[in-house]
Design a protein around this ligand. Sequence first.
Ligand code: PXP
Length: 245
Amino acid sequence: MSERPYLRLGVNIDHVATVRNARGGAHPDPVAAAMVAIEAGADGITAHLREDRRHIRDEDITRLKATITRPLNFEMAATDEMIALALATRPNAACIVPEKREEVTTEGGLDVISHQHRLTDLATALGAAGIRVSMFVEADARQLEACRAIGADIVELHTGRYCDTAGAARAEELERIKAGAKIADELGMECHAGHGLGFDTVGPVAAIPQLHELNIGHFLIGAAITMGLPAAVQRMRGDMDKARA
Ligand code: PXP
């Protein structure tokens, strides 16, 4: 695979919908935010339609697909309902994530090894519809090999633990992510990363040469409150470019 591809920034707009849903109604609009993010330099938009619809709703996905001028990365659990919605929506990519109702956010990577048969069927169905299939996993060699075996096009490495730790533990997590990106690349899959990234943590991840895309949401939407969404996206883009140079 190519060395040091351009590193895309996917902006996750879920938490614009979180704020909207706090009061009901239509404000703020995640689709309008997606367009602002694109204008500011986002290469794609990510949205996670959770089973409980706690933030993004079905109509947001429909409107995003109809409106945005960059690829839509549809995050979803591997359920029949979500597979049907993905097939109806035809996003550029579907990123399969584990989902538990009681979790605050996506707390760990998918166990592809244990769900190999189901995920093979899912990857086959989505792939036949022209949707690129991505698996959100921990940077673990066996999980990455299982992703290859089920026919995934992309793996997204979970950076949550790297962001949540400090010092030697963070350095160790970074090494794990680096090793995972290398394995994914050698297995012929496009490698992405995301979860928990912010200005303080993005640089060392953006510098990993095999990565093609970072997906960043909560931090950017939070930063938008004080600095504005265009400035937050532009600063993140700049930090990624600096790390990559
Ligand atoms: N990638 C995946 C697969 C995710 O589930 C999430 C959270 O929805 C993100 C990236 C973005 O994480 P954060 O909102 O912490 O930046």
